[in-house]
Design a protein around this ligand. Structure first.
Ligand SMILES: [Zn+2]
Length: 59
């Protein structure tokens, strides 16, 4: 059984794990962060369809 709450963003190449209290984002490099951090660091610049974190400000 792998984690059912784990998603990966095919565009940004990060994993997002749903956790109580907020999602945890696992970057390929560096310490884990939040969706907001992912948005600031990656998705904001990527801005492609297929990114699962396009609504960075909405959550
Ligand atoms: Zn993304």
């Amino acid at each position: 059984m792998s984690s059912p709450n784990e998603q990966s963003c095919p565009v940004c190449g990060v994993k997002i794990v749903s956790m109580i209290g907020g999602d945890r984002v696992l970057f390929s490099v560096g310490p884990p962060g939040t969706r907001a951090v992912l948005w600031q660091r990656v998705c904001k610049h990527t801005n492609k369809p297929g990114c699962i974190n396009l609504d960075g400000s909405a959550r």
